[in-house]
Design a protein around this ligand. Structure first.
Ligand code: OVM
Length: 396
């Protein structure tokens, strides 16, 4: 009944460098497949991925959302109260964090996020080659997110290394995992310190987490853990969302022409990037009991790998899925997950994407590749290490 794939390794360098041929193989093998190499189930189709995310009682998060089963193995860091939790504990934690990331909070951030994007893009629209990762995709979230949360300026670059490590640790203990955690002591120490109330700017989102968490009855240590979720999930995800957006637009000049002609497409274009090149490629769930997923029986206590990125290109869900099309309706993709664990910061991510793409449309006539980008390999994230581009200036 279940297709067994003995050799597929979704965490090998070859797979991570170009996952799309393997995604197709996985999708076409069945709604749910068995990856013998790791003894796990997996799904690369949109409908079953969405269905598993929609059923947190049968597909839980408290056993970890990476390949490691927290019921059998010691987690590498204390589990997240948000990501690696189930109701009812998850519900309380989510309420605290969601309150800080409300629509009203996003409206208050819009002006600063828009101005920062405009200033940065205008400065980079000089027509000479530059590294759009180092000078744009990395710089922008690190600045606007850290300012909003209230993280001190000194040492912010630790956040990049920290997130990269967190996302590598959702995979198996391969070279990426081991290299990420090796020598990371000082970075972990720095992040843990910044999560404490006394190190966060009063009035910032980190301080607001502490205030709301205290009101919900969380201890100061648990409140700090909720800030840790912010710092884990808030920077590298948007860094690679923006990097992937720039690379998509550089490779598809016809699509950039559409965006340039109508900057109102910025929000939809960013959404299409998340469908087409999802920064977060995968998450796991663990079955709490025997359960059928899209007609395939899975036993209890099993790890299930959900290919969010592959679901974004499932031809059962999307027409011409391998076409990057900024005019399509890409909402409904599962790049932000789905259900009770859907990205709690997605409004902020979308605000960042919209701000940067709008600024490009305003200041840049053409986005041109200026050399081959270097890919970053990560057990969970899909993104670039370097991205040589030219932003050819043009009037608004
Ligand atoms: C957390 C966390 C860490 C990484 C990712 C994430 C995408 C959450 O610590 O809660 O969500």
């Amino acid at each position: 009944m279940t297709a067994v794939l003995p050799d597929v390794d979704p965490f090998s360098p070859e797979f991570l460098a170009d996952p799309y041929p393997a995604h197709e193989l996985l999708r076409e093998a069945g709604p749910v497949v068995h990856l013998e190499r790791y003894g796990i189930h997996a799904s690369a189709r949109h409908a079953p991925v969405r269905a598993a995310l929609h059923d947190p009682e049968a597909f839980c998060s408290s056993a970890g959302v990476g390949i490691s089963d927290f019921r059998k193995e010691q987690p590498w860091r204390p589990p997240s109260l948000l990501l690696e939790a189930d109701p009812p504990e998850h519900t309380r934690a989510r309420r605290v964090v969601a309150g800080v990331l409300s629509a009203a909070a996003m409206r208050r951030l819009t002006e600063a996020f828009t101005a920062a994007a405009d200033e940065l893009v205008a400065r980079l629209a000089h027509g000479a080659p530059f590294d759009a990762m180092a000078e744009l995709a990395l710089v922008y979230p690190l600045r606007v997110f850290s300012d909003a949360v209230g993280v001190p300026e000194d040492g912010r670059e630790h956040l990049l290394q920290y997130a990269r490590m967190v996302f590598n640790t959702f995979g198996p203990r391969n070279e990426l995992f081991e290299n990420a955690v090796a020598g990371a002591g000082p970075t972990r120490e720095w992040v843990d310190q910044q999560c404490r109330e006394e190190n966060l700017r009063p009035g910032g989102m980190g301080a607001q987490i502490h205030a709301r968490a205290a009101a919900e009855g969380f201890s100061p240590d648990d409140a700090a853990m909720l800030v840790r979720s912010f710092l884990s999930a808030g920077v590298d995800t948007t860094v690679h969302g923006l990097g992937n957006a720039l690379w998509c637009l550089a490779r598809h000049p016809d699509q950039y022409t559409l965006l340039r002609a109508d900057p109102g497409l910025a929000r939809a274009a960013f959404e299409e990037v998340l469908r087409y090149e999802a920064p977060v490629q995968t998450f796991f769930r663990t079955t709490t009991r025997p359960v059928a997923l899209d007609g395939v029986e899975i036993g209890g206590g099993e790890k299930v790998l959900l290919f969010l990125g592959a679901a974004g290109r499932d031809p059962r869900q999307w027409s011409d899925p391998d076409a990057f099309d900024v005019t399509r309706r890409a909402t409904g993709h599962v790049g932000f997950g789905f259900g009770i664990h859907a990205c709690v910061g997605m409004a902020m991510a979308r605000l960042e994407g919209e701000a940067v793409l709008t600024a490009l449309a305003r200041h840049v006539a053409r986005i041109e590749p200026a050399g081959e980008p270097r890919r970053m390999l990560n057990n969970t994230l899909r993104g670039l290490e370097t991205l040589p581009l030219r932003l050819v200036p043009g009037p608004a």
